[in-house]
Design a protein around this ligand. Structure first.
Ligand SMILES: [Ca+2]
Length: 284
């Protein structure tokens, strides 16, 4: 008989060994469930009116105006490398592959970075990639108004946490702990919005569904029906709106009202996205 096999089987079947196996399986299951729950988490933003824009910041944020939104869900976190990888590996269109940034820490090459940095926000994705991912999940990108309400709450907060400058976001600052690099999603719990949404300031800019126009708020605020209901941006445009600022931006550009834009086919190291979904009428 092969003594080696006999001994190995004996060890495997010993009470201690069985307990160790059981514990390992339990631990793995708990880790997978915890991760899946965190990754899939969508927060319900109740129906109601909020204040959009600002009268004393950039010109394209004027005027401050009331907007009504139906209830909707928004991703608690920016979409991560691990989440995008699950989508990417099923794609046949090479255009859905994120851009590589080998020289940048916590970014590197795709798909290796999905394994190396699974809980970091996916970057190097175009607006079209973001939409394709959202559709695959049965969701969509937030409108610009949905993004701003989720960041700002029903008050006029300048940043998701309030009106004072604090190191509660991954920006271009020395005191946030992530100088010149991305941070794992959810690294700044003190920076959460009124509704509990994470990283609405900094880390990565986030694609929204809307076209950008610097005069859109002027038009939107003069809507015949007030407050403006569920605005979806201009009908046409060249750039898509991005929101929230990023790891390479000063905190002023990471405010809840700051608007910026990018050609929808561009893939950069500082733009990612989060998901949104319309809520059923009963979910208010
Ligand atoms: Ca962000």
């Amino acid at each position: 008989m092969n003594t080696f096999y006999w001994n190995r089987n004996q060890n495997r079947n010993s009470p201690l060994s069985i307990m160790a196996w059981g514990f390992s399986i339990l631990l793995f299951s708990v880790m997978v469930c915890a991760y899946a729950e965190a990754a899939e988490e969508m927060l319900l933003i109740p129906a109601g009116t909020f204040t959009m824009g600002s009268n004393n910041r950039a010109a394209d944020e004027k005027p401050k105006h009331k907007v009504y939104l139906d209830a909707y869900y928004i991703g608690k976190y920016e979409v991560t490398n691990a989440e995008y990888y699950e989508f990417w590996k099923q794609q046949t269109d090479a255009a859905r592959t994120p851009e590589n940034f080998t020289h940048l820490p916590q970014i590197g090459d795709w798909p290796a970075r999905a394994e190396q940095f699974p809980n970091y926000p996916v970057v190097g994705v175009s607006w079209h990639d973001a939409n394709a991912y959202a559709a695959w999940k049965g969701m969509r990108l937030p409108t610009e108004a949905e993004w701003e309400k989720a960041a700002r709450g029903y008050t006029d907060r300048v940043w998701p946490w309030g009106n004072a400058v604090e190191p509660y976001a991954n920006t271009d600052a020395d005191d946030d702990g992530y100088q010149n690099r991305l941070a794992p999603v959810g690294s700044f719990p003190k920076g959460k919005s009124y509704y509990g949404v994470m990283d609405m300031a900094g880390n990565v800019w986030e694609w929204t569904a809307d076209w950008y126009s610097d005069v859109y708020y002027g038009y939107s605020s003069r809507a015949v029906k007030r407050p403006k209901m569920n605005p979806t941006g201009p009908d046409v445009g060249s750039w898509r709106v991005i929101r929230g600022g990023s790891w390479i931006d000063k905190i002023a550009r990471c405010s809840t009202t700051f608007r910026f834009y990018l050609y929808p086919n561009l893939k950069t190291s500082f733009v990612g996205f989060r998901l949104a979904k319309t809520a059923e009428k009963a979910e208010k």
